[in-house]
Design a protein around this ligand. Structure first.
Ligand code: C2E
Ligand code: MG
Ligand code: MG
Ligand code: MG
Length: 242
């Protein structure tokens, strides 16, 4: 992994995030890919955890953030979302590191969104809140990713100032097969909206799911129904086409 970081074997794909009408690409999520010199194309589920354990996530995370900011400069008006691992966020100087990269790349802070997950395992809520506020005061937005998949989501909403909730794919994938799933999505949207947050549904694959989610009041869609993750040049041509 260390060698791959030097050799440029990591790259980013971007998955479009679409408005509630299902028409316009308003954002993209950066998703990391590793072309392993021996094993070939390797998904993040096989390397993010290892990067966390070994501490290499710091270096990988900075690469991802810098590359996403550089690419986003070519996409006027589009918000770029970047996943942040728990270990990265725990770094004392995480907000400063993000602001430094924004300064160096020249991306307006309001075009960056950071995604934190429920697995954050926040020990010190006051400290986490302070870090979030430093970034938000500069215009950076912060989303709670995979909402509903962990067990801390609701307690985080009590004390941490998220701008957005991303409904976990698990709920979306069960919309048609489980009435409980539909009820839970309605509840998540109600909570999010009442707290003044935007809601994104991830893993939207079918027209039926899109229709249900729109009716439920979801603001943004992400999923294979609209697009798989694609490379930066493809995002540019789609923007030019729209
Ligand atoms: P995530 O942040 O929840 O990202 C969404 C994942 O769902 C992506 O998987 C995406 O390809 C997949 N996805 C999107 N739409 C659909 C759909 O309609 N159907 C299905 N079946 N899947 C869909 P991916 O790229 O394999 O990434 C998996 C996870 O790895 C991400 O989940 C994120 O937690 C983590 N990850 C990816 N890139 C990074 C990174 O640069 N840094 C960190 N810390 N984590 C990352
Ligand atoms: Mg994410
Ligand atoms: Mg997600
Ligand atoms: Mg997810």
């Amino acid at each position: 992994m260390r060698r791959s970081l030097k050799d440029g074997d990591f790259r980013l794909l971007y998955q479009p995030i679409i408005d509630s009408k299902g028409e316009t690409m308003v954002g993209v999520e950066a998703l990391c890919r590793w072309r392993h010199p021996v094993r070939g194309e390797t998904p993040p589920s096989d390397f993010i955890a290892i990067a966390e354990e070994t501490g290499l996530i710091d270096q990988l995370g900075l690469f991802v953030l810098r590359q996403a900011c550089l690419d986003a400069r070519k996409w006027p008006g589009v918000i770029v979302s970047v996943n942040v691992s728990p270990r990265q966020f725990k770094e004392e100087r995480f907000p400063e590191a993000v602001l430094k990269i924004l300064g160096e790349t020249g991306l307006e802070p309001s075009r960056l969104e950071l995604e934190l997950t429920e697995t954050l395992a926040v020990v010190d809520l006051d400290l986490a809140r302070t870090k979030m506020l430093v970034l938000q005061n500069h215009g950076v937005r912060i989303a709670l990713d995979d909402f509903g998949s962990g067990h801390s989501g609701l307690s985080y909403l009590l004390s941490l100032p998220f701008d957005k909730l991303k409904v976990d794919r698990m709920f979306v994938s069960h919309i048609e097969s489980s009435s409980a799933s539909a009820v839970i999505i309605h509840a998540i949207v109600n909570i999010g909206r009442a707290l003044g947050m935007h809601i994104t549904a991830e893993g939207v694959e079918t027209a039926e799911q899109q229709q249900f989610l729109r009716g439920a009041g979801v603001h943004f869609f992400q999923g294979f129904r609209f697009s798989r993750p694609v490379d930066a040049s493809e995002i540019l041509s789609r923007l030019q086409a729209q």
